[in-house]
Design a protein around this ligand. Structure first.
Ligand code: CMP
Length: 139
C-alpha cells in the first residue's frame, strides 16, 4: 500500500553539499519527496526526536552531532515507503551496508550515517507530526 515515512538528511550530508545527491537516490528508489525543509535542530528538538535512545551510551554524541549543522527533514511517499526507504538507506553501520545504498556510498561512521528513516508506521506518524504541519505536506 502507499505509505509515508519520515526522513532526515543529517549534518554530514548538508555539510558536504550532498543534499541533491541523496535526494537523487531517494527519487531513483521510487519515493516522492512530498514535504521538505532545512532546519537547524535545537538541543531540545533533537532530544525529543531521539527520546527512545535517551539511555544509550551514544545519546550525548548523537544530540551533539544532530545539532552541529543544519539537517533536511522530509516526508517521503511511495509503495511500502518505510521498508523501501530503509532498503535504499542501508544498514546503520555503513561498513555493513549493501553496495549501492546511501549509507554505503555516503556515510562516514555509525554516528554520521547520513540519513534517518522511520522504522514503523506509528513512529513515522509521530516523527512527521513533530516536524510538519498538515498543510506543509503536499502529496
Ligand atoms: P538513526 O537511524 O537516526 O537512529 C539513531 C541514531 O543513533 C543512528 O541513526 C545513528 O546516527 C546513531 N547511532 C546508532 N548507533 C550508534 C553508535 N553505536 N554510536 C554512535 N551513534 C550511533
Amino acid at each position: 500500500a502507499v505509505q509515508r515515512t519520515f526522513s532526515i538528511l543529517k549534518p554530514d550530508v548538508t555539510r558536504r553539499n550532498l543534499t541533491g545527491a541523496v535526494n537523487a537516490r531517494i527519487e531513483a528508489a521510487g519515493l516522492r519527496i512530498i514535504a521538505q525543509k532545512r532546519v537547524h535542530m535545537t538541543r531540545a528538538q533533537a532530544e525529543t526526536f531521539y527520546g527512545v535512545h535517551r539511555e544509550r551510551p551514544f545519546f550525548g554524541e548523537l544530540v551533539e552531532m544532530m545539532t552541529a549543522a543544519p539537517v533536511v527533514v522530509q516526508v517521503l511517499e511511495g509503495e511500502d515507503a518505510i521498508l523501501a526507504y530503509r532498503a535504499v538507506m542501508g544498514a546503520t553501520n555503513p561498513e555493513k551496508a549493501d553496495a549501492g545504498t546511501i549509507r554505503k556510498d555516503f556515510a562516514i561512521s555509525m554516528g554520521e550515517n547520513s540519513v534517518h528513516g522511520s522504522d514503523a508506521p506509528e513512529t513515522a506518524a509521530q516523527e512527521i507530526a513533530q516536524w510538519f504541519a498538515g498543510n506543509e505536506i503536499v502529496g
